[in-house]
Design a protein around this ligand. Structure first.
Ligand SMILES: [Zn+2]
Ligand SMILES: [Zn+2]
Length: 291
């Protein structure tokens, strides 16, 4: 058996999430078991198709959560864990973002609620900067890095898992990565497969600057040049933009020359993207035409 990676819910599947299940001979783990929808996009609420998709994705995450002995939570946004179904985390080995240090006010409140509700039913470990082995599988967590280009939304931790010759890295919500600090752990671990939260281009010129996009592309090129990466799975914030491929066209070209594949989570599974949030206006509009 090797290191098997199963993306469960992502923007490319039509929801907000980075929920991912991994399995080796020794380990069954789910990273960030949460699914959500943008409450408003294009000034519109979620379309019923999105609501249905959210339910389907959550069912799938739940199924894999039940199979997992380990659960990692990289930060406390509701697309990364589900505060309404905390019972599903009971009895698990939890490795979670430090809830006292390098955390903003809103996430401090959420994490303290989560811990209270878990009570004594789980083995809770603060993950930041730590590592451990399960049999022949190695797990490491980065030190906290910014959620995006600054600390306004707090901090996240990155996850690295290796087994035999396979290796995987999960960046969590770096929105790029536009900062040197966010690629340090990636360059150090040199994974073969990386699941990246790509640049937040749907907010370009508002909450995401052209400079952040430019820096992210430079950093992603450095990852291609300086690590053993073969597959870069870019999703989450990046796939909220229907034209995301154009925004990183330069990077696609560069990766092809270097024989590195850039894929969305859906494409990684051989499926087509289904960008429901990015198409929300169209979804509501086509419904109006039917009435
Ligand atoms: Zn987040
Ligand atoms: Zn997120």
């Amino acid at each position: 058996m090797s290191l098997d990676i199963f993306p469960l819910a992502y923007e490319s599947f039509g929801v907000r999430s980075m929920a991912t299940f991994l399995e080796t001979k020794d380990l069954k783990v789910i990273i960030d078991p949460g699914v959500s929808l943008a409450p408003r996009r294009f000034n519109l609420p979620p379309h019923p198709i999105e609501v249905e998709r959210e339910e389907d994705c959550w069912k799938k995450v739940k199924k894999y959560l039940q199979r997992s002995r380990y659960v990692f939570i990289t930060h406390y946004h509701y697309d990364h864990y589900n505060p309404l179904e905390v019972d599903l985390l009971k009895g698990k080995e939890l490795w979670i973002k430090d809830y006292e240090n390098k955390i903003n006010k809103s996430q401090r409140k959420r994490s303290s609620d989560l811990i209270k509700r878990l009570g004594d039913n789980s083995n809770i470990n603060v993950a930041d900067g730590r590592e451990f082995d399960v049999g022949g599988t190695q797990i490491s967590f980065s030190n906290p890095v910014f959620h995006g280009a600054n600390d306004r939304l707090g901090y996240v931790i990155e996850v690295f898992i290796s087994y035999k010759k396979e290796s995987f890295l999960f960046t969590s919500d770096v929105e790029g990565p536009s900062l040197e600090d966010q690629i340090t752990f990636i360059l150090e671990k040199s994974p073969k497969t990386i699941f990246i939260d790509g640049p937040m281009t749907y907010m370009l010129g508002f909450r995401y600057s052209a400079k952040s996009l430019e820096d992210s592309i430079e950093n992603l090129k450095r990852i291609i040049d300086e690590t053993d990466v073969k597959k870069m799975i870019m999703d989450h914030h990046l796939l909220r933009d229907i034209n995301y491929k154009e925004k990183i066209a330069d990077l696609y070209k560069y990766s092809e020359e270097k024989d590195v594949q850039i894929l969305s989570a859906a494409e990684y599974l051989g499926k087509k993207n289904d960008l429901l949030e990015a198409r929300r206006r169209e979804l509501w509009h086509s419904q109006k035409n039917l009435i």
